[in-house]
Design a protein around this ligand. Structure first.
Ligand SMILES: [Zn+2]
Length: 477
């Protein structure tokens, strides 16, 4: 067999295996350690050299390097090709920790490069980063497509006819408004102290690097069939990148969104809706208030109602804690000597799974109707602020079960998590019916923060888990 033939002793760190595609649909592999990958014709060439120099040394190009291979044992290569097989799952899972595509250096370098390609929402198009990532896939033989607005596209990839799992991430980042105070230039992608630094390193170019690396690794095995990839524009502002990709058919039954969870398994996510409350009165001169109807005193009752609803919500979800009602803006009046005609308030309403936007509006409207302010109070959704529905999958569903196995297979501890922020996972779960979880490197406290960074150890651990998960998900038919 090939393993015996190549021995591996002269190969040092770069271990070699062989892929052959003789009459096997979709390709199949016979493995030694790691590998030469290429078309059948090239293999034929290597094979004939092998026959001639049996017992000697041949030289081949492996992953761009000229490598000498000492043939220590003779084997029946053509038969080995005919009986080519994928290695068993445990062998493949074990190979994750030595795969060059998933190495810490490779993941750090990819993340750093992506950080240096600016994609600040509102300042730069996501296009440059999308094109850069597409280039990575070209080299791996994975076809990609730019989707949606050509000026601000998303990038999608789909391998094979039977999609099994989608990996989702977003290309855009939030801005930097205090760059001079950062330890490192926010867009230099500096690698220092075991971390990649810069805007987007944690949220979520580290996640994008993992998506790319996992896909390249699977492609190198000839095992990427069933993998779907999303690189979405506009996530930070609720723009339709992921929705465009889903509408274009980039879907699968299972999914992972690689937002930072500090390697916890996110199975539930809060939602957000901003409520706009208007108390309508009648304006007038402040010297004769009786002729006017001042809306401001009614605020006391409105705030009391909101405070009570917030108190009643405490502990309403096991992973996410509480739904929340938080008044965030109040505006009324034009000049101090006038009774205002109206008073407006915004309430940041964090939602938990099971709640609906209509239900939230109805709850507040009904509670306010029972206050006896006598004021005219209207509640509506501030749609311009974006609407982010909550989302959740069952802790016993197939995706969670496979993620548990993948996490354990890489020697990590399974910790269930409720993500306090919103992400595009709501579109995967709520709109496309994809059984999706959130899992990624980096801590939520790094999100949108000064000196944003992601630890390279976390990148590596997350990449290995995602690789193990996708391997399982795509190999089950
Ligand atoms: Zn994000």
């Amino acid at each position: 067999m090939v393993e015996e033939a190549f021995g591996g002793e002269v190969l040092g760190e770069l271990k070699i295996g062989v892929t052959c595609r003789h009459g096997l649909e979709g390709g199949a592999a016979e493995w030694a350690d790691v590998l030469w990958i290429g078309p059948a014709e090239e293999w034929e060439e290597i094979k004939s050299t092998y026959s001639e120099t049996r017992g000697g040394i041949i030289e081949v190009d492996v992953l761009g390097r000229r490598v000498s291979i000492l043939l220590t044992t003779v084997s029946e290569m053509p038969d080995a090709c005919q009986s080519a097989r994928m290695p068993a799952m445990p062998e493949l899972e074990a190979s994750i920790s030595t795969a060059p595509e998933l190495s810490p250096g490779r993941l750090a370098a990819l993340t750093s490069r992506f950080v240096s390609i600016r994609s600040v929402n509102g300042e730069h198009s996501e296009r440059d980063l999308a094109v850069e990532i597409a280039g990575e896939f070209d080299a791996a033989g994975i076809e990609t497509a730019l989707i949606g607005d050509p000026d601000r596209p998303s990038l999608g990839a789909r391998v094979g006819e039977e999609p099994r799992v989608v990996l989702n991430g977003h290309l855009d980042t939030v801005p930097v408004d205090d760059g001079a105070e950062w330890e490192f230039d926010p867009f230099s992608g500096v690698i220092d102290g075991g971390a990649v630094h810069g805007r987007g390193s944690c949220d979520m170019k580290g996640g994008l690097a993992i998506q790319v690396a996992v896909a390249q690794w699977l492609a190198s095995l000839g095992a990427a069939d069933g993998l779907v990839l999303h690189f979405a524009m506009g996530e930070e502002r609720g723009e339709p990148g992921t929705e465009d990709l889903l509408a274009a058919g980039f879907v699968a039954p299972m999914g992972v969104v690689l937002e930072p969870t500090d390697l916890q398994l996110g199975i539930a996510q809060r939602g957000l809706v901003t409520l706009h409350i208007t108390i309508t009165g009648r304006g007038g001169h402040a010297s004769r208030p009786a002729l006017a109807r001042n809306p401001i005193p009614a605020l006391r009752s409105v705030l009391a109602v909101i405070g009570q609803l917030d108190t009643d919500s405490v502990g309403s979800h096991p992973l996410l804690g509480s739904a929340q009602w938080t008044p965030t803006m109040i505006h009324s009046g034009v000049i101090p000597s006038m009774v205002p005609g109206s008073c407006e308030m915004h309430v940041d309403r964090r939602m938990i799974p099971g709640e609906t936007i209509d239900g939230v509006v109805a709850t507040l409207s009904s509670a306010l109707a029972h206050t006896e302010t006598g004021a005219d109070i209207q509640v509506e959704v501030a749609e311009e602020e974006g609407i982010y529905e909550p989302a959740e999958v069952d802790a016993d569903c197939a995706t969670v079960a496979r993620m548990r196995q993948a996490i354990e297979s890489q020697g990590q501890e399974v910790r269930l998590f409720g993500t306090p922020y919103s992400s595009d996972i709501r579109h995967l779960i709520n709109s496309a019916g994809i059984e999706a979880v959130t899992y990624g490197p980096g801590h939520a406290s790094e999100l949108h923060a000064r000196d944003e960074h992601v630890m390279i150890d976390d990148l590596t651990d997350a990449a290995r888990v995602v690789a193990a998960f996708v391997l399982r998900a795509t190999s089950e038919r």
